[in-house]
Design a protein around this ligand. Structure first.
Ligand code: 13P
Length: 249
């Protein structure tokens, strides 16, 4: 089944109001690649500004709380993201799982909250270096997938991003064979869980994707796009990745 390529920028904790123009440049140029779905996930503080600058473009959060509202100082809920104009959110990024102690159950609750608020979800999984080196990466990631997926969901509204922790921000990337093996294993596990919907759900790769390696990584088996950190901050670095997605079948 043909799945549309999906290239998503995760700005992490980067970007002040002067970055809105960069997002406008990215979304403007992305129109030249209609075969690729492009989204940007800026810090919460910039969501409204990006939506205003590029109406109709896909702007997302980087996390959400599992509750719709309440006494959770510092947190942002999924209905708040939707209210600000976001249409998607990332959940379960390793920088949340590791830095904030989020469990698979926490990530599942956040994904369910996001879907209930009408958002699409990018659910992140990935192994630390020691687990990759011990040969346990696929088992580790499948535990995360099974534990973090909502009980019921529309596979057109949920993507899974495989982001090996040791590849994030390091310039290191797995081999194309390792990426294909991981993505194939995730899709097989999804087939067991949701049947034919597994052929619809998009699997993204993330970790040190740039304009030089994007064609190779996005061309690997069962890779439907990329979740990009550092190289998503400027149009000059991000657009070659979008173009790489457009050049693939
Ligand atoms: P980098 O592209 O900077 O390695 O970050 C990847 C990532 O964590 C995206 O969510």
């Amino acid at each position: 089944m043909a799945r549309r390529k999906y290239v998503v920028g995760n700005w992490k904790m980067n970007g002040l109001s002067d970055a809105v123009a960069e997002a406008g440049a990215i979304f403007g140029a992305a129109k030249d690649y209609p075969a690729v779905d492009v989204a940007l996930c800026p810090p919460f503080t910039l969501i409204g500004a990006l939506v205003a600058a590029a109406p109709g473009s896909a702007v997302g959060g980087q996390d959400c709380h599992a509750a719709p509202s309440g006494a959770y100082t510092g947190s942002v809920s999924a209905p708040m993201l939707a209210d600000a104009g976001a249409t998607l959110t990332i959940v379960g990024h390793s920088e949340r799982r590791e830095g904030f102690g989020e469990s698979d159950a926490d990530v599942k609750a956040k994904a369910e909250a996001a879907l209930a608020a009408g958002l699409s979800v990018i659910l992140c999984v990935g192994e630390p270096r020691a687990i990759r080196e011990s040969g346990g990466a696929i088992d580790h990631v499948l535990v995360q997938v099974r534990g973090s997926l909502p009980d019921a969901f529309d596979p057109t509204r949920l993507a899974i991003a495989y982001e090996p922790i040791w590849a994030i921000g390091t310039g290191l990337i797995p081999t194309v064979e390792d990426v294909a093996a991981m993505h194939g294993s995730i899709r097989a596990a999804l087939s067991e869980r949701i049947g034919a919907g597994a052929q619809v759900l998009r699997l993204l790769y993330g970790g040190s994707v740039n304009g030089d390696n994007a064609a190779e990584l996005l061309g690997a088996g069962d890779v439907d796009g990329a979740l990009v950190g550092g190289a998503s901050l400027t149009a000059a670095k991000f657009l070659p990745i979008v173009a790489a997605g457009a050049g693939l079948p």
